[in-house]
Design a protein around this ligand. Sequence first.
Ligand code: A3P
Length: 251
Amino acid sequence: MGTEYITYKGMLFPRLDYSPETISYLQSEFQVRDDDVFNVTYPKSGTNWMLEILSLIRCDGDPSWARSVLNWDRAPWIESNNGQEAALKYPPPRLLSSHMPLQFFPRSFQGSRAKVIYTLRSPKDVVTSYYHFTHIMHAFKDHGPLDAFLQDFLSGNVPYGSWFDHVAGWLGLRGQDNFFYITYEELQQDLRGSVQRISRFLGKELSEQQISSVVENASFQTMRRNKMCNFSEVPDEFMDHSKGQLLRKGH
Ligand code: A3P
């Protein structure tokens, strides 16, 4: 299976569903729209959690969309071959996902009014979560035992490169009106308050009841049961379901 990686400008990416052409197109030709909303993370930082929150906010707390449409169709991955194709066909306003470090993000983002929500997580938990994920998803090679994976992680020798560079790059946009960042830990400590802040950033005024619905439907337990976001529908070609699940521990 696609267990080896490709290298693009010195950074590793999964071979499965990625190509230098798609990544290069993303960087230099992909047209960002002012009404785009991007869910951006380093892998294993709460991407799918934030995607669920953004989906629910978009629908004023109504869970129908989140319960009926697969999350990768709700917010396609702009850097993967399939995801980019879907993003290009997505009727605006688009909700899009990306693990790209800032230097490979579409150049047309610069000067646009598109919004980025960047979620980051303690690297200690990212490493553990990432290590487990490499055993579940066929896109990743076996990096060996945890200490070997940790070495690769610390030297940026994993897909999407160094966590440190990723975070430092994106947080360089702090203070920009169209950039919002939040930590996984903040989501855990105060999901309701976080949802309010994210909604405000998106220019959405949700009622108390609508916010409660977002919080309830984005909870670990609800997401674990929702086939549209718990990865149980990921084809076997991409995931070994016998080895684990996306919503592993969540704390
Ligand atoms: P663990 O592997 O530590 O359990 P990503 O979506 O970026 O791949 O991140 C996956 C991590 O987010 C997993 O962490 C998963 O359990 C956690 N996660 C997903 N949904 C969550 C939720 N609603 N609440 C808390 N953690 C969640």
